[in-house]
Design a protein around this ligand. Structure first.
Ligand code: FCB
Length: 446
């Protein structure tokens, strides 16, 4: 580790997970069904028909998993709270047993000196709310605010750092526009109100949490630096349109209090955005969570398929098992781009997800995953470089602790620092686990 650039001594070292991807026990202790339970039961939508009924059995094995985190030397843990465990039908009565799980988890983390950083919504909407229109309905934002208040009342004496939403772009695009994630709706551009209703939900939840003592509120946005495939005016316009949809649609209202110009999409969200909404949404964030995996290259569309852009393949770089391009410097580029666009309006940043999948196997009790070590090393160096250029990055949460249920890919993509045998639930720390532990030790040592 001697040649690794020193990150600030206050830097937060974490991992990130999501409830539906790891917990299992989907009907235990009064949990209600979520959109993901419904979606995974539809034949043909998840690779090889995998479901998350067991996932990593974390609901029952959480103490073992917290021990793994302690072994890593983590100072923070980002997890998500399953709304259907707290309010099985999305409104009204509180399910005390569901809440008690997160209560135990928070205490277990604090006992190990690990700061709990819960995310309130990582895509598992109670199915009962989806039956009423889900995030297409403004009312869902109000229900989300109420749920935040319940969780804030229960955990706010020990949790001060919260993330309201995970990747509202991905949830809107994959879940409501393209139908490849739950709730499986194929609405294309008619999905745009889902952006505003999630952001409004954030505003309402943030206000509720602040009243309950929260000192740090973030949103985790999936951000990608967008590159035109060529310097042609058409490619640059297409890249600009994509940047608007993926990045600015979610960062501008939070940080600038207004939506970007959506004319490329033939809308201005007229009728969806009501008086006062943007003031609520843009109440100052204490930090922005940035989830980064790769940059995106865009070309002008070859045919008129209703969208002003097309994605093109980034050539000449390594690729993950998921076929995602590996471009660590894209993270430095992204952080520089955020500073250029938002200037003084940009709060401190946390990288709340970053990682890669690889085809890991246990051989003789060990898992050799040099691709993951290279990926994490490259991206942490990019963060160090960005800090050197003036970026205010306060911490890093690797995605993820355990090989888990990777949404439409089922158990096929292994993103964990810890290998999980999905038959036996045996956990085997990979070589990257030891690498991350050593990096953290080197930075935390006095
Ligand atoms: C992100 C999701 C996370 C995980 C990673 C690989 O978009 O937030 O749950 O699936 O991708």
């Amino acid at each position: 580790m001697t040649d690794f650039p020193q990150l600030p001594s206050s830097f937060l070292w974490g991992v990130s997970t999501a409830a539906f991807q790891i917990e299992g026990s989907t009907t235990a202790d009064g949990r209600g069904p979520s959109v993901w339970d419904t979606f995974t039961a539809i034949p043909g939508v998840i690779r090889d028909g995998h479901t998350a009924e067991d996932a990593c059995d974390h609901y029952r094995r959480w103490e073992e998993d917290v021990s793994l985190m302690a072994e890593l030397g983590l100072t923070g843990y980002r997890f998500s709270i399953a709304w259907p465990r707290i309010q099985p039908y999305g409104k009204g009565e509180v399910n005390a047993k569901g809440l008690a799980f997160y209560d135990r988890l928070v205490d277990g983390l604090l006992a190990r000196g690990i700061e709990p950083v819960p995310t309130l919504f990582h895509w598992d909407l109670p199915q009962a709310l989806e039956d009423e229109g889900g995030w297409l309905q403004r009312d869902t934002a109000h229900r989300f605010g109420e749920y935040a208040a319940i969780v804030g009342d229960a955990l706010g004496d020990r949790v001060t750092s919260w993330i309201t939403l995970n990747e509202p772009f991905v949830h809107m695009a994959w879940g409501y526009a393209l139908g490849v994630h739950a709730p499986g709706r194929l609405l294309l551009l008619d999905a745009l109100p889902v952006a505003h209703h999630q952001l409004l939900g954030h505003g309402l939840a943030a206000a509720a949490l602040r009243e309950r003592g929260a000192t740090q509120i973030m949103v985790s946005n999936n951000c990608t630096p967008v590159r035109p495939a060529s310097d042609s005016a058409a490619d640059r316009a297409a890249a600009d349109a994509y940047d608007t949809l993926h990045n600015r649609l979610f960062n501008d209202p939070l940080l600038l209090g207004r939506y970007p110009d959506l004319s490329a999409y033939g809308t201005d969200l007229d009728g969806v955005v009501k008086d006062g909404d943007l003031a609520l949404i843009s109440a100052p964030l204490d930090a922005l969570g940035v989830n980064y995996y790769n940059p995106t290259e865009i070309v002008a569309p070859a045919a008129d398929l209703g969208l002003p852009f097309e994605e093109s393949r980034i050539e000449g770089v390594p690729r993950t098992a998921f076929d995602w391009p590996v471009v660590p410097d894209g993270l430095r580029e992204l952080l520089a781009g955020l500073r250029a666009r938002y200037g003084d309006a940009l709060p401190p940043l946390y990288i709340t997800e970053n990682g890669c999948s690889s085809a890991d196997e246990v051989v003789g009790g060990r898992v050799h995953d040099p691709e993951r070590i290279a990926y994490l090393d490259g991206h942490l160096r990019a963060i160090a470089a960005a800090i050197g250029e003036g970026a205010d990055v306060r911490g890093y949460f690797a995605w993820t602790l355990l090989d888990n249920f990777e949404w439409a890919e089922g158990y096929h993509q292994r993103f964990g620092l810890v290998h999980v045998d999905h038959e036996t639930q045996a956990r085997t720390p990979k070589a990257s686990f030891a690498w991350y532990r050593d990096l953290i030790t080197a930075h935390r040592a006095p």
